[in-house]
Write a protein that binds this ligand. Structure first.
Ligand code: EPZ
Length: 457
């Protein structure tokens, strides 16, 4: 393991020690950024992380082999696949973004706390295992960096299908002899609950109707994936999803949709740095709320079949925005637009209506010179002329990415700690930014920092 020991400054006992180090992430790594370069060029967007998480879990619902393409190679998908392997699922990576999954030899229906701690979305295995085996035990997810994350709607849905659900010793235990279709009204619009209940219902007896369902592109992608395995789901993408239970599912080959949030992040990075960026391999319809806000603040946005170009040649203006379920402005883009409005002329207001604690990064942005006041779930932003580089910390995935784009526009050098959060959901983030002309490196030691400083002058 000489190469890794030298590169990361750590000795590994063996290959699995090295892999678990990579998967768990480390606090040592930072991004070092020298701001000031407009981002210019083209960037290829990967598969949608949040669709992949549900689809990978759903792939265990047949004993036949499933091939999934366009899986992003990020920490969250990799940890979920580890959790699946821990119960006997056989997973082969055909290439970096294609996996072959066979779940005919599952030997355990318990997903341990370790996986849930690393990645909340392991809870999709609850719906998938319950739907296939009528039983599952998954550690109860706790709160997280963006606020309380209850799962009462998931549980309500499972119970409506006839499953017994109880919480014991930190596990959610759900089981039943028979799942029966039912009419389920969701009290809140929840992406996770819609997808989990969809999986549980797909092989239930009779018809299930989910009302007030989430309409996000990844909900539609999961439904399309399950239908390609023989499920009968109609209405995904509207707020009423109808699922007629089928006896069994079969193998399939399926490609995951492009990541709406990765694309949106690069679109705002173009705006913040006064750049000209074409995001390629996207579905422009999924980006409409993002494009609309960029147009409002003075960017040019050109759409083609599978690409969107953002040009920011004029000074940016202010706007107001409230996060909402799809097709509203996504909560996962809230930090990125706030960072952008922090540099736009005038006063903007951003209201977060999905998660109650998603403005924690504002303190970090203030250290870079932003003038933002947070009152409850609202940020009042007085645009400043520039940000200045500082040493900051990524509090969560999307906020971390937003702070990177703040650093790209700032005077001087910014270092960002805890990039393990960013790497949960962005594949090769710094490499893609480098491809657009950004001065950013992933560094692990003081020596690498010195080298970076020499390089950027
Ligand atoms: C998904 O989380 C995404 N995660 C999140 O992305 C995203 O921010 C969120 O949807 C909203 O779009 C994955 O897909 C893995 P919800 P999820 O259930 O499913 C409340 C990222 O950065 N609620 O739609 O957990 C909840 O508290 C991540 O990629 C209940 O009250 O979100 C929230 O206020 C972060 N009871 C609202 O609903 C429930 O049972 C929406 O949450 C479930 C949710």
């Amino acid at each position: 393991m000489d190469f890794t020991a030298q590169k990361i400054g750590r000795v590994f006992f063996d290959y699995s020690d090295y892999i678990s180090f990579i998967i768990q992430g480390t606090t040592m790594e930072q991004y070092a950024i020298k701001g000031g370069n407009p981002l210019v060029g083209e960037v290829e967007i990967g598969g949608a992380k949040n669709a992949a998480l549900a689809i990978l879990a759903a792939a265990i619902m047949t004993d036949e082999t499933v091939v999934i393409e366009n899986v992003p190679d990020v920490r969250d998908t990799n940890v979920l696949m580890q959790a699946m392997e821990s119960i006997g699922v056989i997973i082969q990576r055909i290439d970096r973004h294609t996996v072959k999954i066979n779940a005919s030899q599952i030997n355990d229906l318990i997903i341990e706390d370790d996986y849930i701690k690393k990645i909340r979305a392991s809870y999709y295995l609850l719906g998938a295992l319950l739907g296939k085996y009528r039983k599952a035990e998954v550690a109860l997810p706790g709160g997280c960096n963006i606020g309380l994350r209850p799962i009462d709607q998931h549980i309500k849905g499972f119970r409506a299908l006839g499953a017994d659900v109880r919480i014991e010793h930190g596990l959610i235990i759900t089981e039943t002899k028979q799942l029966r279709g039912n009419h389920i009204y969701m009290d809140v619009v929840s992406v996770g609950a819609t997808m989990n209940v969809m999986m549980a219902a797909v092989m239930a007896d009779g018809q299930t109707v989910i009302e007030n369902a989430a309409k996000e592109p990844h909900v539609v992608d999961l439904a399309n994936f399950l239908n390609s395995m023989g499920a009968n789901i109609k209405g995904a993408g509207t707020d009423v999803v109808k699922i007629r239970g089928v006896a069994k599912l079969h193998g399939t080959e399926y490609g995951i949709i492009p990541d709406q949030i990765e694309a949106g992040t690069f679109m705002f990075a173009a705006a913040v740095t006064k750049g000209d960026v074409t995001v390629k391999n996207v579905i422009p319809k999924h980006l409409e709320s993002i494009s609309a806000k960029l147009l409002e603040i003075g960017c040019e946005v050109e759409e083609s079949d599978d690409a969107v170009r953002v040009v920011a040649s004029k000074p940016l203006g202010h706007t107001h925005v409230k996060t909402l379920p799809y097709p509203g402005f996504p909560t996962d883009m809230q930090p990125q637009i706030t960072v952008t409005l922090g540099l736009s002329a005038g006063t903007s207001i951003v209201t977060e209506s999905i998660f109650e604690n998603r403005f924690k990064y504002v303190d970090e942005l203030t250290r870079m010179g932003a003038n933002i006041k947070v009152e409850g779930n609202t940020a009042i932003i007085d645009g400043v002329g520039k940000y200045t580089g500082a040493s900051i910390t990524a509090p969560d995935l999307r906020a971390g990415a937003a702070l990177v784009i703040a650093g790209l526009s700032a005077d001087g050098i910014t270092t960002i700690d805890d990039i393990k959060y960013i790497e949960r959901g962005y594949e090769d983030f710094h490499l893609k930014l480098q491809g657009l002309g950004a001065q950013i490196d992933r560094i692990a030691t003081d020596r690498e920092m010195q080298k970076f400083k020499l390089k950027v002058g």
